[in-house]
Design a protein around this ligand. Structure first.
Ligand code: HEM
Length: 444
């Protein structure tokens, strides 16, 4: 695919030079569609913020790159999730510039519905579904899991240490960043250990649907993967119905069967959302975070010192900074429910908005020297977990897992070394992560 922006009408706030419009669209297109732009989004974000922090792209939606504007869109009730599967499908097709045929359109509608999760719903359904599981993810519930997560992490690090002692490179993505979060959310939800690995490929196939632009082929593959996950969870739910366990899925089944608060479709959608969101993003927090430290050795030393001293506050700050520096989720989308205004720019009811979280996290109006990685930074949270009513339900769990992993990994190994010059990112922008992270490790 060439870096050629689709033709359309780009609107700029008053006072912005008209000749910037073509560059804005070309930069956005590079960012969202080309492998180079997706791999290295930060200079492009900076350029967008510089040219026009709020603009209406040729793709038809508004694009925001400042922290305050993104936060406002995610927080205020004037914006929400696009309602109606058909309308969502039409918007996506239009954005991708497809001349969409009836067959593709039907595939898209079928993929997007009918099993909607809290992630795609507005109140009151969103409130009801989130309320049913929120208790399992509060900071205090999650803190109760910390020691157990520590021992799961130590088990993985034992195997890694053995291999590293033989001089082998360790792919941190395959041996730590994926297996730890999938084990944690798998245990919590009640997905048997032997079944968990098949989900990495399936979840990845479905997450292309979160990308701003995807092809009909991608969506067909996403739909097939989604159906497979639904079949899996339908069977697991039947099994837990017969033999309830001490897990969140059994609790949700009890709610489903005991009241009219949860339909069977919603139960399946909730299980899939929790499982998928529970590992895919946390995997990338570990991978992106460790890569950032390996590329900034002085910062790596600071986190290593904090880990060895058992300084929980310093470790928590470091994880927050790693989330800001290279967020596992780079963007979010909303629709305006009413005529409103963001950053002094009027937005009409029905218009779509893309909030560039990765850009917001590097906004100089919000963070001092935003392009400097400083693991001691204490300037408040980044937008990596979103904001408002859809603020990440799993944020306490993800933060805790990050603190445990960086704490244990860095206190255990004295020397950590990147063993590849080029580290490839997965070709996606919404969910940002690495293909592999080969590292040489040595204990003291
Ligand atoms: C570093 C790791 C993570 C990151 C960066 C992250 C990021 C996000 C973001 C940005 C959203 C908001 C999406 C939106 O506004 O449309 C979100 C929502 C959500 N996340 Fe996470 N997440 C992470 C880990 C987790 C974990 C471990 C879970 C565990 C179950 C989880 C469960 C959820 C759920 C259920 C939602 C939907 C909440 C709602 O719609 O009300 N996430 N996450």
């Amino acid at each position: 695919m060439t870096a050629e922006a689709p033709a359309g009408e780009t609107s700029l706030p008053t006072g912005t030079a008209a000749f910037d419009a073509a560059e804005l669209d070309a930069t956005l297109y590079e960012l969202l569609v080309t492998p180079e732009g997706r791999a290295d989004p930060y200079p492009r974000y900076a350029r967008l913020r510089e040219l026009a922090p709020v603009f209406r792209s040729g793709m038809g939606n508004w694009v925001m790159s400042r922290y305050a504007d993104c936060q406002q869109v995610l927080r205020v009730p004037a914006f929400g999730k696009e309602v109606g599967i058909e309308s969502v499908a039409r918007t996506r097709a239009q954005r991708a510039g497809w001349d969409i045929g009836e067959r593709e359109f039907e595939a898209l509608v079928e993929f997007l519905g009918p099993r909607q999760s809290m992630l795609t719903l507005n109140p009151p359904d969103h409130t009801r579904l989130r309320g049913l599981v929120a208790r399992a993810f509060t900071p205090s519930t999650v803190d109760g899991l910390r020691a157990h997560v520590g021992s799961l992490c130590d088990g993985l690090l034992d195997a890694i240490a053995e291999r590293a002692a033989g001089g082998d490179n360790v792919d941190v993505m395959a041996e730590l960043a994926f297996p730890l979060p999938v084990a944690v959310i798998g245990e919590l939800l009640g997905v048997p250990a032997a079944d968990r690995h098949q989900f990495q490929g399936l979840v990845r196939a479905t997450t292309v649907a979160l990308e701003p632009v995807s092809t009909p082929e991608d969506l067909h593959a996403a739909r097939a993967a989604r159906s497979q996950m639904e079949d899996y969870f339908r069977a697991l739910i039947d099994e837990r119905r017969r033999r309830p366990g001490d897990d969140l899925l059994s609790e949700l089944i009890a709610v489903r069967d005991g009241s009219d608060q949860l339909s069977e479709d919603e139960l399946i959608a909730t299980a899939i959302l929790l499982f998928a969101a529970g590992f895919e993003t946390t995997t990338n927090l570990i991978g992106n975070g460790l890569l950032a430290l390996l590329r900034h050795p002085a910062q790596l030393c600071r986190v290593q010192d904090a880990a060895r001293a058992g300084d929980a506050i310093a470790l928590a700050r470091a994880v927050e900074e790693l989330l800001r520096w290279d967020s596992p989720v780079q963007l979010d989308v909303r629709i305006a429910f009413e005529d409103t205004e963001v950053g002094g720019v009027p937005i009409a009811a029905g218009e779509g908005v893309m909030t560039l979280l990765g850009a917001a996290n590097r906004d100089p109006a919000r963070f001092s020297d935003p392009d400097v990685l400083d693991v001691g930074r204490d300037e408040g949270p980044p937008l990596s977990f979103g904001a408002g009513i859809h603020f990440c339900l799993g944020a306490p769990l993800a933060r805790m897992e990050g603190q445990v992993v960086f704490g244990r990994l860095l206190s255990r190994f004295d020397s950590l070394e990147l063993r590849a010059a080029d580290i490839a990112h997965r070709d996606a922008i919404t969910l940002r992560g690495l293909v592999a992270l080969p590292v040489g490790l040595a204990a003291g």
